[in-house]
Design a protein around this ligand. Structure first.
Ligand SMILES: NC(=O)C1=CN([C@@H]2O[C@H](COP(=O)(O)OP(=O)(O)OC[C@H]3O[C@@H](n4cnc5c(N)ncnc54)[C@H](OP(=O)(O)O)[C@@H]3O)[C@@H](O)[C@H]2O)C=CC1
Ligand SMILES: CC(=O)C(=O)O
Ligand SMILES: [Mg+2]
Length: 415
């Protein structure tokens, strides 16, 4: 067994199984404490909440709790391995919520027969939480699931693989194109993958200025084009009127490759065909569409990003979901709307252009330099500015767009 594999297994197994636990926020030492925490004292907030449901935010943990919910149908790039196998990833998301935004999170893995069953299950438990983070649910079902749950739930519902990924990818893309001296409206994009993450990322990149006709999207059958009859309504949004059919047809002279598909699907020969100064975000996890070592060995003029923590330019939704939920929870937003998402894109992209605090440099002793450029198009996950800058921009956007219950952006973001 490889050393890293054993380390990863040991990390999850010892000293206790798993990565999260519940901790108490109130004293529970004396019989008086118990009489307050449980019977008879607990009856008082029960009565208050029954009379006024909003009091759940006052007397329970609802307002700072997000459920991370999956059915395990698209676990990272590993595929449909079922709900239980997705649990380490969902616990991982809960760890990240707590570590980066002090949000308490519960992972919930749902076994279900139909999409309707899944939707009904999540709807039934949604009021328990301040927000719902859907995770690793495959396309196309994820689109209906999110749409229905947004309509039916009273708290924000956010499919992280769609919108968290789209926000981070768009921010990184705007910065990478700027560094490469390319205009987004002129750039030719190749997107390998046409699922949850790919459709949302390209939709956001088009909102940021890319021309829809300059986007070539591919699934397992090749280029998505207008004469294909096997594509769903979501892929159809990216159908191009083109005779190009294969990855090799479209990668020639492309400015950007975005991978949201699977491991090792882009070759060195493909990269050699791209336009000068290309941008390659190979975001499949855990293994990217092409290894950075291979890409860099083929050409020196590229900007390379992956979803992983162990290479420069980590393009991963961890740079978004803890902070966008922090911003939404802080003003009790009823939804996470486009205004809040665009505010997150701008706030994230801007951080990469600012000087990096010493504590961030200290957290990454192996990184030589963190200056806006080809090896640093996005801030690092350990950067404390992510919390303050993104959460405050998102809260403000929620207030400005009329979806916030509270009208003050917090000033204290200490963890
Ligand atoms: N870095 C990050 O932050 C994130 C990365 N991702 C990564 O993106 C990938 C997709 O995730 P997600 O969108 O949630 O999953 P989905 O199941 O919704 O979509 C997967 C897509 O990839 C396509 N695909 C799979 N294998 C191939 C192949 N051999 N050739 C062409 N297309 C292929 C599928 O094609 P078809 O439609 O024909 O089945 C489908 O369109 C995963 O690897 C995941 O790790 C996802 C979210 C965040
Ligand atoms: C990062 C992530 O959410 C994924 O790869 O699915
Ligand atoms: Mg995911």
């Amino acid at each position: 067994m490889s050393d890293f594999r054993q380390q990863a297994l040991d990390y999850h197994e010892f000293p206790v199984a798993g990565k999260t636990a519940v901790s108490l926020t109130k004293p529970a030492q004396t019989s008086h404490d118990l009489s307050l925490a449980y019977s008879p004292g607990v009856a008082e907030p029960v009565r208050e909440i029954a009379a006024n449901p909003d009091d759940a935010y006052r007397y329970t943990n609802k307002g700072n709790t997000v459920a991370v919910i999956s059915n395990g149908t698209a676990i990272l790039g590993l595929g449909n391995l079922g709900p239980l196998a997705s649990k380490p990833v969902m616990e991982g998301k809960a760890l990240l919520f707590k570590r980066f935004a002090n949000i308490d999170s519960t992972d919930i893995e749902v076994k279900h027969r139909t999409t309707a069953d899944f939707i009904n299950t999540v709807e039934s438990i949604a009021d328990t939480f301040g927000g719902i983070n859907l995770e690793d649910i495959k396309a196309p079902e994820c689109f209906e699931i999110e749409r229905e749950l947004i309509a039916r739930c009273n708290v924000p519902v956010f499919h992280d693989d769609q919108h968290g990924t789209a926000i981070v990818t768009a921010a990184g893309m705007l910065n990478a194109l700027e560094i490469q001296g390319k205009k987004i409206e002129d750039a030719i994009f190749v997107c390998l993958g046409a699922g949850a993450a790919a459709i949302a990322c390209m939709t956001m990149i088009v909102k940021c200025g890319a021309q829809r006709e300059n986007v070539y999207m591919l699934d397992r059958q090749g280029v998505i084009h207008t004469r294909r009859e096997d594509i769903n309504e979501y892929k159809a949004l990216f159908a191009n009127n083109t005779d190009k059919r294969t990855l090799q047809d479209v990668i020639k002279d492309a400015d950007v490759f975005l991978g949201l598909s699977g491991a090792d699907l882009l070759t060195a020969d493909d990269i050699a065909l791209m336009a000068p100064n290309p941008v390659i975000f190979a975001c499949s996890n855990p293994d990217p569409e092409i290894k950075p070592e291979i890409a860099h060995s083929i050409r020196k003029d590229l900007i390379m990003g992956t979803g992983r923590s162990d290479y420069p330019n980590q393009v991963n939704n961890v740079l978004c979901f803890p902070f966008i939920f922090r911003g939404a929870l802080d003003v009790r937003a009823s939804q996470i709307n486009d205004e809040m998402k665009i505010a997150a894109v701008k706030a994230l992209a801007a951080i990469a252009k600012e000087p990096v605090p010493a504590e961030v440099l200290a957290a990454y002793p192996d990184v030589d330099s963190m200056t806006f450029g080809p090896e640093y198009v996005l801030p690092k996950p350990m950067d404390p500015r992510l919390l303050r800058n993104i959460a405050s921009a998102v809260s403000q956007a929620a207030i400005d767009s009329g979806v916030a219950v509270l009208d003050k952006v917090p000033t204290d973001y200490s963890l």
